[in-house]
Design a protein around this ligand. Structure first.
Ligand SMILES: NC(=O)c1ccc[n+]([C@@H]2O[C@H](COP(=O)([O-])OP(=O)(O)OC[C@H]3O[C@@H](n4cnc5c(N)ncnc54)[C@H](OP(=O)(O)O)[C@@H]3O)[C@@H](O)[C@H]2O)c1
Length: 283
């Protein structure tokens, strides 16, 4: 049984979650944000939801409160509220432990984490379906969070506070740093003067890789010189970097070294080849 829901923080995640939860039949009744206009914008699309000017008012009318502010504001926001006994307070950060909600817990509330393993560049909640949610909390709150994750069309894992930072790194590697890698690949295109941006040309390659990962998974999706054991090609790459873009040598080598175990697991290179590649890459 999920009680009335409120949101503090009317940004991308708050808006996406509030609108999808309402669509799924949950009672989203209250929202407050730093600015009243953000709260009004979120509430405008949800008939049951009223905008409030302070987080305290949300805590006064909703039993389950999602704090969807930036990570750095979660602790101070919950510190400023007189929580009620029996209240459920949840943040949506991937990295923060549940102990940041200590004041709510000490007032007799249940506290938890509900992190959508998804990227929200805007506030549409379409990508929530199919996402995995990292949950933390005690029952009955945890059971309700599980129910919500499933109702949103997702699945869930339970991640302890101790493991949360490491769990979050997995998401950073699979999302944010993919953008970083595209940034570096694009830098080479611009340096060579091939076009104003390489993103359009590199994107079909990136999409193909992601689709291979979805279709055949790890380690089979790996292709390229390390999977082929092409030591000569890797030497040419390193030589080109040394002469023209030495600043990329260390990340290229580090990623290459981390690609060797995947190639071994795929069974496309043997131990002797792995050692040869490691030596070339400076491992
Ligand atoms: N974006 C993602 O891809 C993503 C994915 C998973 C989890 N998360 C997590 O979800 C949470 C929210 O992220 P987001 O991307 O939705 O952030 P966001 O778009 O920047 O929105 C944060 C909202 O919080 C409001 N806010 C800021 N300080 C506040 C305060 N002191 N009191 C009340 N409201 C305050 C802001 O208000 P105003 O608009 O009123 O100024 C803003 O609307 C974070 O914990 C983040 O780690 C994000």
């Amino acid at each position: 049984m999920v009680p009335d829901i409120g949101f503090i923080g009317a940004g991308k995640v708050g808006e996406a979650l509030a609108s999808k939860l309402s669509e799924k039949g949950y009672e989203v009744v209250a929202v407050a944000s730093r600015s009243f206009s953000s709260a009004e914008r979120l509430a405008a699309n949800i008939s049951s939801c009223r905008p409030y000017s302070t987080p305290q008012e949300v805590a006064d009318v909703a039993t389950l409160v999602f704090i969807t502010t930036p990570d750095d504001a979660v602790s101070s926001v919950q510190e400023g509220i007189d929580w009620h006994p029996g209240q459920w307070v949840v943040h949506t950060s991937g990295a923060l432990p549940v102990s940041v909600l200590e004041r709510a817990r000490s007032r007799g509330g249940l506290t938890g984490g509900f992190h959508p393993l998804q990227t929200f560049a805007d506030a549409t909640g379409e990508s929530l379906s199919g996402s995995t949610f990292a949950l933390e909390g005690e029952d009955p709150l945890l059971s309700s969070l599980k129910e919500i994750a499933l109702a949103l069309g997702g699945s869930y894992v339970v991640v302890s506070s101790e493991d949360r930072a490491l769990y979050h790194i997995s998401g950073v590697l699979a999302s944010n740093y993919v953008v970083t890698l595209m940034g570096l690949a694009d830098e080479i295109w611009r340096r060579l003067g091939l076009s104003a941006s390489g993103v359009d040309s590199l994107l079909p390659l990136m999409r193909g890789t992601v689709e291979n990962l979805a279709r055949i998974g790890l380690p089979d999706a790996l292709t390229g010189p390390i999977a082929r054991g092409d030591a000569g090609t890797i030497q040419k790459h390193l030589q080109a970097l040394k002469v023209r873009m030495p600043e990329l040598t260390s990340i290229y080598s580090e990623l290459g070294l981390n690609t060797i175990p995947i190639s071994l697991e795929k069974g496309v290179i043997d131990e002797a080849k792995a050692q040869e590649l490691e030596k070339i890459l400076g491992g």
